[in-house]
Every structure is written in C-alpha cells, then in structure tokens.
Write a protein that binds this ligand. Structure first.
Ligand code: DAK
Length: 257
C-alpha cells in the first residue's frame, strides 16, 4: 500500500502504521485519517497480521487535529457534515493496537493513543489535551477515557488548563504502560506486539473485548460478558493445546482456532 500521510510496514505478524506529516508535527487531517482507516481495515482483514503498532516520529506522535482544517468551520458545517465522524473508526478494530509515543501526543493525538490498547512511551513523550486553549473541548473521547485512566481531578486539571505532562508523570498516573529510551521505543513496542502475536488470535480477541467491556458497560454486565467469553474459550483448539502444552512441559503450538 502506498500512502502520502502514513507509512505502513509489516514485521512478522505485526502491522505497523507510522503517522507521517513531520512538518506539521503529524497533525491529523482528513486525508491522513482516511489513509489510517484504510490501513487499519487492511490489517484487520489480513489473517497474517495479529497485532498493530501505531506510531509517529521522534518529535511527535501527533500534535492533534489539524487546526488549519478546523479553523473556519461553522456550527452548521460541523453538525450537518457530522464533522470528523470517521475519526473513531479505530474503535472497530478487534486486533490489539499498541501506541508507541515519542514527543508530542496532544489533543486528538493523545486521544488516539488513549483509544489504543497499550501505550508505550519514550522518555521524551509529552501528553496534553490543550483544546480549551484554542477555544474548543476534546472531541475524540478524551473527556471520557482520561477520567477512566487517571480520575476526575487530574483530568479536570489537564483539560481545564491544557497542562502538558511528561512521560514520567504519564507512567506514574497510569496513562502509559511503560517508559523506555527513545532509541528503544520501536523495538520495545515490536517486542510486545510480537509476544501478543505469538498467542492465539481468538483468545487475544476475546481478552481485548472483555477488558473493553469495562469501558462500555456497568460492572455486572461486563462481568457477565467476561463469563460468556471465558466459557467460549472451551470451544477452542487453542485452549486444549495451551493446557496440554503446560502439563506436558512444552511450548504450545497455537493454531488460531
Ligand atoms: N494543527 C496544524 N498545524 C500544527 C499543529 C496542529 N495541531 N501542531 C503543530 N502544527 C504545525 C505548526 O503550525 C508549525 O507549522 P509551520 O508554522 O512550520 O508551517 C509546525 O507544525 C511546527 O509547530 P511549531 O512551530 O508550533 O513547533 P513548536 O515546537 O514550537 O511547538 C507544539 C510544538 C506541539 C507545542 C505546538 O505546535 C502546538 O501547540 N501545537 C498545537 C497543539 C494543539 O492545540 N493541539 C490540539 C488541536 S485540537 C474529534 C476528533 C478529534 C478532535 C476533535 C474532535 N471528533 C471525532 C469530533 C481533536 C482536536 C484537536 O486535536
């Protein structure tokens, strides 16, 4: 696939998408989002791909939605055109997605990272939701997902002031899973994605679905969904294989079924 605003690359069973508008600090515009959605759909449909990495460059993961593209929009335009409606298409991807963040992850860039299943950050990563400082509020789930990640008070402080936090604070508050050096970021993300990709696809899909239930429904319903998914694992060859391999003290040979 050839794109103008992203670069795609496959390593083993991992599909990598690199945001590539470096001059604008990877600001997200509609052309980039259309390409991102196409690439995500292609990886989702590709049976040789088991995990996805979304990343940027050393200076920026993404500095938010493209302010030039938004500036002159009227209320009528944003509502009648359902402005940015295809930006959360990434929600439909059932394969695990790892965000590898270096430099700025701001506004919609930060929100994209929060939609991903795991965030790995480099020591230079900086996160903020600065929308209020340019006269809007977050619009890609940031007000909801950040509360779930770090609680109300800190979310309010970040959103109402636009304060930028560094990688250490992001790790301390649970936004990111791990912080590594800039040099190690891509390797570390690939190692995690490769580990996930070595496991059974239907098991990983069910695990992701079960964890996401915590966002999507009340505890009782989420636990019920978890139970249904858990039981369904016993239909899988890979459940029999995984347990047999453990008892026979050998590595499992999963067949994604
Ligand atoms: N949009 C457009 N261009 C941007 C940009 C952005 N968000 N961020 C940076 N750039 C451009 C700059 O304009 C500059 O371009 P030139 O002047 O060279 O042509 C170039 O990138 C380099 O930026 P700076 O010169 O500013 O670089 P600095 O190192 O001095 O500063 C910075 C870096 C990241 C602190 C600064 O660029 C900055 O504050 N950027 C804006 C950050 C921001 O406000 N982001 C939030 C945007 S609002 C929704 C979905 C998504 C959203 C909303 C709704 N729905 C589904 C409904 C999302 C909204 C947003 O993200």
């Amino acid at each position: 696939m050839v794109f103008e605003n992203i670069i795609t690359e496959v390593k083993g069973k991992v599909g990598i998408i690199t945001l590539n508008r470096p001059k604008a600090l990877n600001a997200l515009n509609s052309a980039l989002i259309a390409e991102l959605n196409t690439a995500l759909d292609a990886y989702e449909a590709d049976s040789d791909i088991s995990a996805i990495i979304l990343t940027g460059n050393e200076k920026a993961f993404a500095a938010g939605a493209d302010i030039r593209e938004m500036k002159d929009k009227t209320f009528d335009e944003v509502t009648s055109q359902n402005f940015l409606h295809d930006w959360n298409h990434i929600d439909n991807i059932t394969k695990p997605i790892i965000a590898a963040v270096s430099g700025f992850a701001l506004g919609g860039g930060f929100e994209f990272a929060l939609i991903c299943d795991i965030i790995i950050a480099s020591e230079t990563a900086k996160f903020s939701l600065p929308e209020t400082t340019i006269g809007i509020i977050p619009g890609l789930g940031g007000t909801q997902r950040l509360v779930q990640a770090i609680g109300k008070s800190k979310t309010m402080e970040m959103i109402l002031t636009g304060r930028m936090i560094d990688a250490a604070e992001a790790e301390r508050t649970g936004i990111v899973a791990r912080v590594v050096s800039v040099e190690k970021l891509q390797d570390e993300a690939l190692a995690i994605a490769t580990k996930i990709a070595s496991l059974s696809k239907p098991v990983i899909k069910a695990a992701k679905q079960a964890v996401l239930s915590a966002y999507e429904m009340p505890m009782a319903q989420g636990s019920a969904r978890e139970r249904t998914l858990f039981y369904s694992m016993f239909n899988l060859h890979d459940q029999k294989e995984g347990m047999a391999a453990f008892l026979e003290k050998r590595p499992p040979k999963f067949e994604d079924r």
